[in-house]
Design a protein around this ligand. Structure first.
Ligand code: HEM
Length: 331
């Protein structure tokens, strides 16, 4: 191991400790990421989550209304986007046919002043509300000596932590998406948008697929191979860009802003504001997306901020850094 590697690891361990204590976190990001990797047998050179994915490029074009909500330069003109669609979890060989797994959409809108990164999923809620609960959620699902997790332990954990069952219930109630471009994605956390007059609004962010919700019937699903999203996207993009509306769902007094497992009351029927259109135009070599991490905490410009009081938000930055460091060292 070179001294550079030792230096980087030590720095990372130190920054994890700092992040854990300074943010009042109840679990160490390194321990969580270790558990995430262990769940799929510690595959090498892959992400701790979103291990199987496809890198793409496109543009984001804001609406005329967007600057009235956010002063971020990305909401004032068309900007380039590098993005990645993925399957949740650290198994790079996961079948695209699995239902209770979120599809992911990580995007980096670039501007000379800095990036705007959103990393969002195909469910309106996350699986856990605290980092410690995420660690326990992963630990209880760890395969035993027979290669299988203990179903009774999972049952007991779910009964004691009912909010951790909401995401899977939501996904199980819907068909498997036929396309990465045929499903909506949610930011899950409560974001604050601030305009040039320094007027702030709490919102949830969502991308709405222009193609609509393209779900597979059971028969269609049976006929699919385990990997079909990459080819489907290539074919789709050969005919033209795949687009999504980025919308802001307005917050109301009393909405929970600290619990990523909770939807807001009537969230689905609130009148959202369209911030712009994401147009995904081309497949990009995976290396472009793999060289860095999409950090949804650090890479936010003035005009858009994540929640300060949601324990699941801030910890994402050190966790993603641990994963990047490990997968980069293994390549
Ligand atoms: C405690 C909270 C969380 C932890 C510890 C965590 C951990 C991670 C890690 C370690 C990675 C791999 C990063 C990399 O190697 O570049 C990752 C990727 C990802 N996470 Fe999370 N995550 C958390 C919360 C969330 C939430 C709330 C969402 C969605 C709203 C989310 C969606 C994703 C997606 C879509 C990816 C794939 C990113 C890509 O394609 O590069 N995560 N997560």
């Amino acid at each position: 191991m070179s001294s550079i590697t030792i230096g980087r690891s030590a720095l990372l361990a130190f920054s994890c400790l700092l992040a854990t204590s300074a943010l009042g976190q109840d679990a160490d990001p390194q321990a969580i990421v270790d558990a995430q990797f262990a769940l799929a047998g510690n595959q090498k050179g892959v992400r701790a989550s979103g291990a199987k994915g496809i890198c793409v490029t496109g543009t984001f074009t804001p609406t005329a209304e967007a600057p009235s909500l956010s002063k971020a330069p990305h909401f004032a003109k068309t900007v380039p986007v590098t993005a990645r669609f993925s399957m949740g979890g650290s198994n790079a060989k996961i079948s695209d046919k699995v239902k209770p797994v979120t599809r992911g959409f990580a995007m980096r809108m670039t501007d000379p002043s800095g990036d705007l990164v959103l990393v969002i999923i195909s469910a309106p809620v996350f699986s856990t509300k605290t980092p410690k609960q995420l660690l326990d959620f992963a630990t209880v699902r760890m395969p035993g000596p027979d290669g299988k997790p203990d179903a009774d332990k999972i049952k007991a954990f779910s009964a004691a932590n009912p909010e951790t069952t909401k995401q899977a219930a939501w996904l199980n109630a819907r068909p498997v998406p036929a396309s990465f471009a045929g499903v909506d994605y949610w930011g899950v956390h409560a974001y604050t948008l601030t305009n040039a007059k320094n007027e702030a609004k709490v919102v949830k962010l969502k991308t709405v697929a222009t193609a609509g919700q393209l779900g597979l019937t059971d028969d269609e699903l049976k006929a699919k191979p385990d990997s079909f999203y990459a080819d489907e996207l290539k074919e789709r993009l050969a005919k033209g860009p795949a687009s999504f509306d980025l919308v802001a769902i307005p917050g109301e007094a009393g909405d929970p802003t600290t619990d990523a497992t909770a939807m807001w009351p009537n969230e689905e029927s609130r009148k959202s504001v369209k911030l712009g259109t994401l147009a995904i135009a081309a497949i990009e070599p995976n290396a472009t997306c793999d060289a860095a991490t999409f950090d949804p905490v650090v890479d936010l410009p003035d005009g858009i901020a994540g929640p300060t009081d949601d324990p699941m938000f801030a910890i994402r930055s050190p966790a993603y850094a641990v994963s990047l460091s490990r997968r980069s060292a293994q390549q």
